[in-house]
Design a protein around this ligand. Structure first.
Ligand SMILES: [Fe+2]
Length: 865
């Protein structure tokens, strides 16, 4: 690089292209290669720490050689130590189980702006983190410190090249100017800007249109409260403020002392070498600090004695800092500025709150985003929290000298070592933390397809067989009080005796609530809760069809969580596991046993319940696995005398559960089996169960099992648009739920059976639209024949139609008796409501509203094609 002096636009453009080319080669280096280059460069910089420090002081006339040695040492040793093991090339992390890899890529060519305050240490720091990340860098030094900055860059480059780095990986502007810096930070081949410098430079950097990482100005306030260790605080502030003659941008610019300890602190500061300026001296120094509203660059990095001389005042030669006691926090007060020299302001605060307010104002005045300090009793976490929440600074240091503390790794090993301190949006920076290698990389997240875990959740105990109730309920031995939820019909018929008798045998007390009506309402729940809350049952037994079981689930929920908000938990969800509101586990107060007396809803094994609000008639469909009963008893003895119409409606409901669960987007191997088995049983036994009732106990038994099997399938695979529409159609025209399903199912099957759906549902378990084939599988399972899926589909639809005829169900909404005018008047509302039903999301084809309208119109006319 020595051959090229960069001192004009042309030579700078040439340099940018050379560094870019070198960086492109360097970007292919391996981690091992990069790590040896990083080490060689850090070693070389460290070796040169003293000559570079001398050079910087000599060239700039600022600061203290011995302190600059420490900075150079820190910039090489601490930065190397921090990042030596960091992975920065290629795949830097991999989580095989979850299919995520992170690949690190360099950002490219960096523009490195280097200030005059830390010319060599900043150049070392930026070179090293550039090399570690396979980037290239071009330095724009401050004109006052160009020689030492360029020398530091040369030393690092030479070592890096010797260790194998491309020869142009680091470059610099030899004769800097505003024009060249502007060209550098706006050139299309420069990827990002690492800016350290005054506010004007930082502003130029982030106005360049490129990502800029860097610092804003600091104006660090240090509060000393009445609980602080005063000797320690005073000494640390002096140590920090005098380091390199106060040129660290993080160094304290003002001390805010709570009045109770004001005199003690000031005395301690004086004892340790501070000089408190009297009124006249203060005026003179103020005039020297700020000239024409700007910090006088003549005082930057000078000793207190020299600044006193410049101000025309006499102080002892060994004075460490000049302190001005002031009260104004505004640009009218010179002491309130960032002074970059051993001059400090002292403010008196009434109390802690006042001190925090003053610190806040000083930061906002001239140091937004940078650093703030609090000296306090470290046990006072509440004060630390108040301070941290109020101050807008990226670093909030506690009992720490800020020059050394803010650059990290010295007074807190977890604060990252850095010579470029982000100041966040407050300071116009992209980041608010200490800059390190991670900020100079682009991260590619390689996300392989991984789907979320699925589940199969049913009651832990499902007992079945004729007479199972007697034995199953005996497992409740040891319980104290059972609350039985049923309906009046079952209560009056005396069949409830088969439950109460067992409870008496095993000495479990009980109360019976038999006021559940079809479509249970919240007032019914409230009525029951009045008893439940007094009786404090430890088991709730639901006995009946879907309504008593649903009601009992809601009673159980309200008994355990009285503050449940139905509107919240009834909110539609996309993924039941990710919903905004859910229900915690139930079972703290009571277990739940469900004993169905109809063969259709499957509620005994599902996590679903529907409850209606009395006045508004709004239905809240609640779905949460917490509502799954602990025990389900499938005892066919209770369904032998089920009336014919109930047998037909509940039987066809169970069939649609099985069909919709089988083709649902959430259908899995675990739900397919019970769904298919349920369908087989229903086709075989529903006509017999309907026709012969109590005289065909086998058919009744098998239908009872089929209903629960279908329930297990749809408890986990959910349903589809047949149920979406049936829910709304049933409510609008008071059609029993099962019959409403029967009126829609064929049209829904026809709609779903396509290999080219208009819209596919999101996150399906199938790889491609395969619903037609799945209907074909159902036809095969039912031995319906057919050569291909199209034929099988027709045969399946015909079989369902025949089944409906066998059990005397109407074949269209019209045939059910709904007037045409009334139907069409309700159609728009029905379509929108059905679309918004929770079941819609699991349908294998994601429907448009116009599709649902067409299904409804066809179903009205009984048109299957
Ligand atoms: Fe249903």
């Amino acid at each position: 690089m020595d051959n090229f002096i960069v001192d004009n636009t042309k030579s700078l453009k040439g340099l940018i292209l050379r560094v870019k080319k070198a960086q492109e080669i360097y970007a292919t280096f391996t981690q091992d290669q990069v790590d040896s280059i990083f080490k060689a460069a850090a070693l070389a910089a460290n070796k040169a720490r003293i000559p570079l420090a001398k050079m910087a002081v000599e060239e700039t006339g600022m600061g203290i050689v011995e302190d600059k040695v420490i900075k150079n040492h820190f910039a090489s040793e601490y930065i190397y130590n921090k990042h030596k093991d960091a992975l920065t090339c290629g795949i830097i992390s991999e989580d095989k189980a979850n299919g995520i890899k992170i690949v690190a890529d360099p950002v490219g060519v960096i523009a490195g702006i280097v200030p005059t305050t830390n010319p060599t240490s900043t150049a070392i720091f930026k070179s090293l983190i550039t090399l570690k990340t396979r980037n290239g860098i071009i330095f724009s030094p401050h004109p006052r410190s160009k020689k030492s900055t360029v020398e530091a860059a040369k030393i690092v480059l030479a070592a890096a090249v010797k260790a194998g780095a491309p020869k142009d990986i680091i470059g610099w502007i030899d004769i800097p100017s505003l024009e060249l810096t502007n060209l550098l930070i706006t050139d299309q081949n420069v990827a990002t800007i690492l800016a350290t410098g005054g506010p004007a430079m930082v502003k130029a950097a982030y106005s360049s249109g490129k990502p800029a990482l860097g610092v804003g100005a600091g104006n660090t306030p240090a509060i000393i409260d009445e609980t602080a260790d005063i000797q320690m605080a005073a000494s640390y502030i002096l140590m920090s403020k005098t380091f390199d003659n106060g040129m660290i941008c993080a160094s304290e610019q003002s001390i805010i002392i709570i009045k109770d300890v004001y005199k003690k602190v000031v005395d301690e500061l004086v004892l340790r070498g501070a000089y408190i300026l009297n009124k006249n001296e203060k005026i003179k120094v103020a005039k020297t600090i700020v000239i024409n509203g700007k910090l006088n660059s003549q005082i930057v990095g000078q000793s207190a004695y020299k600044i006193a001389q410049l101000s025309g005042i006499r102080v002892p030669e060994d004075v460490k800092i000049l302190a001005g006691e002031v009260s104004d926090i505004s640009l009218n007060e010179a002491f309130a500025y960032e002074k970059l020299s051993p001059v400090i302001a002292i403010y008196k605060a009434e109390n802690f709150e006042d001190a925090v307010e003053k610190a806040y104002k000083l930061v906002e005045l001239a140091g937004a985003g940078h650093t703030s300090v609090l000296y306090t009793d470290a046990r006072k976490q509440d004060r630390i929290n108040i301070f941290a929440e109020k101050l807008h600074t990226g670093r909030v240091l506690i009992n720490t000298p800020s020059s050394q503390g803010a650059i990290g790794d010295l007074y807190n090993f977890k604060l990252e070592p850095s010579l470029t301190l982000g100041c966040g949006s407050w300071g116009g920076n992209a980041v608010s933390e200490n800059i390190g290698v991670r900020h100079l990389l682009n991260y590619k997240t390689v996300a392989q397809r991984r789907e979320n875990m699925l589940w199969f959740r049913v009651p832990p105990k499902i007992y079945f067989k004729r007479g199972a109730t007697d034995l199953a309920l005996r497992e409740l031995v040891g319980k104290k009080r059972a609350f039985i939820v049923t309906d009046r019909f079952l209560f009056d018929s005396g069949v409830i005796y088969s439950i109460t008798k067992v409870l008496e045998d095993i000495k479990v007390g009980y109360q019976i609530f038999f006021d559940v009506k079809p479509e249970p309402t919240l007032s019914t729940i409230d009525e029951a809760l009045l008893i439940i809350n007094v009786y404090q049952p430890d088991v709730i037994i639901a006995f009946g069809g879907g309504s008593p079981i649903d009601a009992a689930k809601i009673m159980w929920l309200m008994y355990e969580y009285p503050d449940t908000n139905f509107q919240d938990i009834a909110m539609r969800f996309m993924d039941i596991r990710k919903r905004i509101c859910d229900i915690s586990e139930l079972g703290e107060k009571a277990q739940m046993v469900a004993i169905p007396t109809t063969s259709g809803t499957g509620s005994e094994v599902t996590p679903f319940a529907v409850i209606r609000e009395d006045s508004t008639h709004i239905k809240y469909p609640i779905a949460d696995y917490s509502l799954t009963p602990n025990m389900a008893i499938i005892d066919p003895n209770f369904v032998d005398s089920m009336p014919k119409n109930l047998c037909a409606a509940s039987g066809i409901d169970a069939l649609t559960h099985a069909i919709e669960a089988y083709v649902s987007v959430l259908a899995t191997n675990f739900t397919n089996s019970p769904a298919l088995e349920a369908m087989k049983l229903i086709f075989r036994y529903l006509p017999r169960s309907y026709e012969y009732g109590i005289n065909d106990p086998v058919a009744r038994e098998k239908m009872h099992y089929a209903s629960t099997l279908a329930g297990m399938a749809f408890a986990n695979a959910f349903l589809g648009v047949c149920h979406s529409i049936a829910h709304k159609l049933g409510t609008a025209f008071s059609i029993p739920h099962g019959i409403a399903n029967a009126l829609i199912i064929n049209q829904v099957i026809r709609y779903n059976a396509t290999d080219r759906p208009k819209k596919q549902a999101i996150f399906p378990q199938y790889k491609f639209p395969n619903v037609k084939a799945k209907y074909g599988q159902i036809a095969d399972e039912l031995n319906l024949g057919g050569k291909n899926d199209d034929e099988k589909l027709e045969l399946l639809i015909n079989a369902i139609t025949k089944l409906k005829k066998d059990i005397n169900l109407p074949l269209s909404i019209k045939e059910y008796g709904i007037e045409e005018k009334s139907f069409y008047n309700n159609l728009d509302k029905l379509v929108e409501q059905a679309f918004d039903d929770q079941c819609t999301g699991a349908n294998p084809v994601y429907p448009l509203m116009e599709d649902l309208r067409s299904i409804l119109i066809k179903a009205y006319n009984g048109q299957v094609r």
